[in-house]
Design a protein around this ligand. Sequence first.
Ligand code: G4P
Length: 529
Amino acid sequence: MSLQKEINRRRTFGIVSHPDAGKTTLTEKLLLYGGAIQEAGAVKSNKIKKGAASDFMEIERQRGISVATSVLAFEYNDTKINILDTPGHKDFAEDTFRTLTAVDSVIVVVDVAKGVEEQTEKLVEVCRMRNIPMIVFINKMDREGKDAFDLLDEIEQKLQLTVTPLSFPIGMGYDLKGIYNLFEKNIRLFTGESSKDINKTTSIDDLNDTALDNLIGAESAQTLREELEMVEGIYPEFNEKDYLDVKLQPVFYGSALHNFGVKELLDAFIKIAPTPRPKNAEERLVNPKEKDFSGFVFKIHANMDPKHRDRLAFVKIVSGTFERNKPYKHVRLDKNLKFSSPNAFFAEKKEIVDVSYPGDIVGLHDTGNFKIGDTLTSGEILHYKGIPSFSPEHFRYINNADPMKAKQLAKGIDQLMDEGVAQLFTLELNGRKVIGTVGALQFEVIQYRLEHEYGAKCSYENLNVHKACWMDTKDWKSEEFLDFKRVKSKFLAKDKQGQLVFLADSAFSLQMTQQKYPSIKFHFVSEFE
Ligand code: G4P
C-alpha cells in the first residue's frame, strides 16, 4: 500500500477525562469493536484510585501491563486506530500533557452527573492551546444526570468550546429509551444490557413519521421532536472543517458500561477525525507524506525487571516510513542508530514490526540514549517543538542517604529525569540538587524506584518554592539582568537542559521581582514563542 494510503487510514488519538468519568471503560468498548479483545474486563485500569503511593507501586509491579496499555492499536473498517493512554491522576498530569503532543485528536469524556470536572478543564485547555480537534462523549446516560441542554451550556462555558450534538439522548437514567443519531438519522434503542447486537438501529428519515411514536411512545417522541428542534435552532450545523480547525466540537451521548452510543461515536470518529497531521519542527513544518522518516520521543518507560535495566522509548512517527534495521540519525547526539527489534503495539501485546507509518507509535529498546523530546530522522537536522516542561508544584532538596552509593544515585536520578518522572534543578550557588514534581506522590515513587532499580537511597529536605520560572530577555548582558542575577543568586538554578531558572519563593516575591526587572519575562513553561 502506498504511503499516502497508509496515512489516510490512520487515526491516532487520546481519551482524556477526569478520573472515574469512564475513560477505561470506553477504551475497552472501543477495542471490542476492533475485535482486538474478546471480552470486557480485558483492559486493566492503571489508575490510582486512592492516590496512595502503595497503589502506584502495585501498578509499577505490573508494569508489563501498563507498557502494553500505553498504546492500544486496532483495526476497524480498514482504519488503523492508535489510542494513546493518558493517566487520569493529577499527579501524573505532565505525563498526559506530553502524550498529548503525540495525538492528532482527542475524545473528551464527561460524566453526565458530575459534569465538567477539574482535570477535564485543564486537559481541554492544553488541547485548545495545541490546536487538537476534540470530540465530547457524555457518558453514564444510564444514570440520572444533568439535563442535556444544561450540560451543553456548562461545557461551552467551563471549557470554552463551541459544541454541536451529533447524537441526542431520549430520556436518561431509569427512563433512558435510546439515542437519536443526528449524523445517520437513526435511532438506537437502549435495552439495558451490554448491547451485543451492535448493528441494530432503526432509521427515522422523517421525525414526524408515526413510526417514531410506535418505537419510543408518543410522549417521548413528542419530547424528542421538540428537543431536536431546539438543537437545530441553538447549535451550529456540524462541519468538518470547523471541527478540524478546533472551532467546533461535536458531542455524543452514551453509556460506555452498556456499550451504548459507542458505535455512533466510533463510526463518526473514523469519518471525521484527522489523519496524521503535519508537525512543526524548529527548522520547518514537516508533512507526514514526505518520503524521509522523522519522529520524536514523547514517553520513556523503564522496564520493571531490575536485572535488565533497559527502557522503552516511545516514538511517534511524523513523516515517511520507519524501517527495522535501518540506520537513523539521533539528532541531539549526532549519532546513527539502528533498531533490530522495534515494537508495535496492539491491544494486549507488543510485537516486532518491520515497517511503521506516520501516526504509528514504535517502542525502541534503549539503554540510555533517549530523552523525552529527542528527534530521530533519516538524516536531516530537525528538532520537534512542543514538549515543554511546566513549572512543578512541589520542590524538595534531594540528598544522598548512602555515601557508598553516590554513583548509583546520580545515575538513577539522571535516568528518572530523562523519563520525565520529575524535574531536576541544580542551584547555581552551591550545586545542591532540587527535585520538582507535579504531585507529592512522585517523591515516594522516586525514592522507591531509586532503591529498587538502582540500589541507591535518598532523603528529602523541604524547600520553599512557589514556582519555577524560565526567563526571557532581549539582552542577557544588560545591567538590569546582571543586577537580577546578583541580587537573586540564591534563587537561581539550572534545569536539566542547562537553562537558567528562577525559583521564586512566593507569589509576592515573584510579583516584586517582575516589577523591579520589567525587561525580564518570567514564564511557568520552559518553551515559549
Ligand atoms: P476512568 O478510567 O475514567 O477513571 O473510569 P472507569 O472507566 O474506570 O470508570 C469509573 C467507574 O464508572 C467504574 O465503576 C465504571 O464501571 C463506571 N462506569 C463507566 N462507564 C459507565 C456508564 O456508562 N454507566 C455507569 N453507570 N457506570 C459507568 P467502579 O465501580 O468505580 O469501578 P469497577 O469496580 O466497576 O471497575
